[in-house]
Design a protein around this ligand. Structure first.
Ligand code: THU
Length: 163
C-alpha cells in the first residue's frame, strides 16, 4: 500500500484592484453577464467569461427551464458557446461571478462538478492551463488550472475511437 497526497495552491485577492488587469476585466465581463442570466426558479444569477488565445472574450450565463434539469450553468453555456463559435481557439482563463437577489454573492461561486468536467476537457484539448477566477463581494480566488478543482477528471475514452 502506498499513501499519496495532493496539494493545491490558489491565490486569494481582497479586491478587484489587486488583480492583474487582464483578470480584473475578465471578471468584470463575468459580472456583467450575470445580468443576462435567466434564472426565474433559483433567482441565482451566474455569469462566466472565457478569454481565448485569439483575444476574444466569450460570455455565458445560466439559463434555466421549467423542466429543471434542462437548464444549463453559466460556465458550460460559455465554454460550449466558445467551442462552437471558435473551434480552434484555446481557452486561457475563465472568470465566474454570481448575484443572489441582485447582490454579488458574499463568497465565490465555484463551478459545479459537471462544469469542471466540461472545462477540464477544453483545457486538455487546448494543451495549456486554463486559469479559473472566481469572484465575490468579499474576495477573489484564482486557480492556475481547472485540474486544481478537478484533479481526478474522467478521461478514459479514447477520442480516436469516438470520431
Ligand atoms: N449555476 C451556475 O450557473 N454555475 C455554477 O457554478 C453553479 C450553479 C446555476 C445553475 C442554476 O441555474 C442556478 O445556478 C442554481 O443552482
Amino acid at each position: 500500500m502506498q499513501k499519496k497526497q495532493l496539494n493545491i495552491s490558489y491565490q486569494v485577492y481582497q479586491s478587484k484592484d489587486e488583480l492583474p488587469a487582464e483578470w480584473a476585466s475578465l471578471l468584470q465581463r463575468a459580472t456583467e453577464a450575470t445580468e443576462r442570466s435567466y434564472a426565474p426558479y433559483s433567482n441565482f444569477n451566474v455569469g462566466a467569461a472565457i478569454l481565448l488565445d485569439n483575444g476574444e472574450v466569450v460570455c455565458g450565463s445560466n439559463q434555466e427551464n421549467a423542466a429543471y434539469p434542462s437548464g444549463l450553468c453559466a460556465e458550460r453555456s460559455a465554454c460550449y458557446y466558445a467551442g462552437a463559435a471558435f473551434p480552434g481557439a484555446r481557452m486561457l482563463a475563465i472568470a465566474v461571478a454570481a448575484r443572489q437577489d441582485g447582490k454579488l454573492t458574499e463568497t465565490p461561486t465555484y463551478p459545479c462538478g459537471a462544469c469542471r468536467q466540461a472545462l477540464v476537457q477544453y483545457e486538455n484539448r487546448g494543451g495549456v492551463p486554463m486559469t479559473v477566477i472566481v469572484g465575490s463581494a468579499t474576495r477573489i480566488e484564482v486557480f492556475d488550472s481547472v485540474k486544481d478543482l478537478l484533479p481526478f477528471a474522467f478521461d478514459n475514452l479514447d477520442e480516436s475511437v469516438m470520431i
